[in-house]
Design a protein. Structure first.
Lengths: 321, 327
């Protein structure tokens, strides 16, 4: 049974991510956002579901496709949009852009654009918690492409060896950029890779926000108890191209169309309506609310200042008093 | 003052840090049970236990990255990488994370990480254990590079690195570990970014660091017997580089020879030479000269390795030739 209030929170967060990204894509074509823009559309249930299992004390390490995680973590949309504009009121002062969102106050540690590069950092954050006897979880998101990297295997091994509180969250969207999972993995059943490290694992339907939340809560509880790390594989699909630079030569339109039938927002909306706990008016009201929030975010980005050029080298090192 | 080896001086700093700061811990390959590949951390496991002296799997990139994460999480990790050649396996975490996180996060994150590693040749360990790559690392903004040449600095830079809010990389030339020097165990941190005149002279500035300081001082002694008084500058830190001390010396001597165990092409010596051109060109009486390693992967055979590395004779010859041509 799903509680209506909580269901509305989940649905709204997914809708906010969807709207935020549609707007970002539009702003990209207008030249307001430059660099790479990796959209999360289709994968919203993963970030939103998983984030429910985390507390404000927990840490998050994410990838370059992290708009969803950042919004679900509660980083203000305006600060994220301003970051993509390259403005000084962006969450990383405009130094990172779309791929490098940071918010230390929310323990959001990036935004990592080297595939697999966030995993060792997550292991270290968890080591710091363990050494300081803090019952926290470090949630580390990465894609199926990352499991081909040495850092994935080294990190799982080290976290398991030292029983560190890391929740490894593999967003398996079936493609490492344009290379299908079966074309880059000898063992494409990703959760089974945890077996080699004696680490428990599970798999959940990444298109079902409730299933993701449930699986993430169980996995996080294991980690929080001090029982060591956990690998949770979330099977999902990216509806849009890898990035704005991708002509999508590697997958068929039919495949994309088929996955779109499982749109996490559409599915969840239909389910709640079938249960009689969501009305059309609710949906309209949520849509108006997220539209407004995204419009406001664009306003924040538009109005934001540019960082002064004389601050170019500020924060390469800590300023000495 | 106490006479102690370079190795013991480092251990003295590590022990002091572990005793006084609960955030400090050591991590690396064989730092614990084995006592350290170079015996630097010998005895520390017994004194501080396996939580604070952590043996790692052979996963350089990941334990270096875990050091970054632990630093972000409030600890003061000291990561040991066995040799600079092995550090290449950790370049992703060093270059893409340690050096970038502060700037890329708009100043929100600090990475107070200390990394120690051995560097350099001279022990017949051939081409995968003998190179001097600290000059490469010095190319990267966001990290600091220190190169202690004497025992007192070996101790002082560990303490300084631990007080630094940014990532500091300490390159320890492997031939220095058994060498003794005067160390004041009451002394605090050494000054990162400050070069020192190790020997005064007026004929030429010999500029070096780390493993070649001793070689260079011996070359200066040889030259002194011929009536040529060379000034010897120990850079001590490659980034940030103390250009002021270099230029002040060259302004006095009007000649500079840079001694660097790295390969000549794209070497740190090239950077020092460029700084002299930029800031001291008109005080020069001769073109800047460099004594670097031969441009070969380090050979194993002793006579060949000797031929590849900067030697006293090559340094003295470079100075004599400079004085003959531009005396």
């Amino acid at each position: 049974m799903i509680d209506r209030a909580h269901a509305l929170v989940l649905l709204r967060q997914m809708m906010l991510i969807r709207r935020f990204e549609e707007k970002a894509a539009e702003l990209y074509t207008l030249g307001k956002i430059r660099g790479f823009l990796h959209l999360y559309i289709g994968e919203e249930a993963v970030a939103v579901g998983a984030m429910q299992a985390l507390t404000a004390e927990d840490a998050i390490v994410a990838t370059y496709r992290e708009h969803g995680q950042a919004l679900a973590r509660g980083i203000p949309a305006g600060s994220l949009m301003a970051e993509m504009y390259g403005k000084a009121n962006g969450c990383s002062r405009g130094r990172g852009g779309s791929m490098h969102f940071f918010d230390a106050s929310r323990r959001f540690y990036g935004g990592h654009a080297i595939v697999g590069g966030g995993l060792p950092v997550a292991v270290g954050l968890a080591l710091a918690d363990k050494l300081q006897a803090r019952p926290r979880v470090t949630a580390c998101f990465f894609g199926d492409g990352a499991v081909a990297e040495g850092e994935f295997h080294e990190s799982l091994n080290l976290a398991a060896l030292w029983k560190l509180p890391v929740l490894f969250l593999c967003e398996n969207n079936l493609y490492a950029m344009g290379t299908a999972l079966a074309r880059h993995q000898a063992q494409p059943d990703i959760r089974r890779k945890a077996d080699g490290y004696g680490m428990p694992s599970a798999v959940a339907d990444g298109m079902d926000v409730v299933a993701v939340e449930e699986a993430a809560r169980q996995a996080a509880a294991h980690v929080r108890r001090g029982d060591g790390p956990f690998l949770l594989e979330l099977r999902t699909y990216r509806f849009r191209a890898h990035s704005t630079a991708d002509p999508e030569l590697y997958r068929k339109r039919e495949e994309v169309a088929e996955w779109k039938q499982r749109d996490p927002i559409v599915l969840f909306t239909a389910r709640l309506q079938a249960m009689g706990i969501l009305t059309d008016a609710d949906v309209a009201s949520l849509q108006a609310s997220v539209d407004g929030e995204v419009d406001e975010a664009v306003g924040v980005a538009e109005a934001g200042p540019w960082e002064a050029v004389q601050d170019l080298t500020r924060d390469v090192y800590t300023a000495t008093p | 003052m106490t006479k102690m080896t370079y190795r013991d001086a480092i251990r003295s700093a590590l022990r002091e840090a572990l005793r006084t700061d609960p955030r400090v811990f050591l991590m690396g390959e064989d730092v614990g049970g084995y006592g350290g590949a170079f015996k630097v951390s010998y005895g520390l496991l017994e004194e501080f236990g396996p939580e604070r002296v952590r043996d790692t799997p052979l996963s350089e990139n990941t334990f270096l990255g875990a050091g970054i994460g632990a630093a972000l999480g409030g600890m003061r990790p000291i990561v040991e990488i066995m040799t600079v050649n092995f550090s290449l396996l950790a370049l992703d975490q060093i270059v893409n994370n340690a050096a970038t996180l502060r700037h890329m996060s708009g100043g929100q994150l600090s990475v107070p990480l200390v990394v120690r590693m051995t560097t350099g040749g001279g022990r017949q360990l051939a081409a995968q254990h003998s190179h001097s790559l600290e000059g490469w690392f010095a190319h990267i903004p966001g990290i600091k590079i220190v190169v202690p040449a004497v025992a007192a600095d070996a101790r002082g830079f560990v303490l300084a690195a631990l007080r630094d809010p940014d990532p500091v990389f300490i390159f320890e030339h492997a031939t220095l570990y058994p060498l003794e020097g005067e160390v004041d165990e009451q002394a605090g941190p050494a000054a990162i970014g400050r070069a020192l005149v190790r020997r005064s002279g007026d004929a030429v500035s010999l500029i070096t660091y780390g493993g070649t300081l001793g070689t260079t001082l011996r070359a200066a002694d040889e030259l002194a017997r011929e009536g040529v008084e060379a000034e010897v500058i120990d850079l001590r830190t490659l980034r940030p580089l103390d250009t002021e001390t270099i230029l002040a010396s060259v302004a006095r001597t009007h000649r500079a020879v840079i001694v660097d165990e790295g390969w000549r092409t794209g070497s740190f010596a090239a950077e020092v030479s460029a700084r002299i051109m930029e800031g001291g060109f008109y005080s020069l009486d001769a073109p800047v000269a460099r004594v670097c390693s031969a441009e070969v992967p380090m050979p194993y055979a002793k006579h060949m390795e000797d031929a590849a590395l900067p030697q006293v004779s090559a340094i003295a010859t470079a100075v004599r030739e400079m004085l003959v041509a531009h005396g």
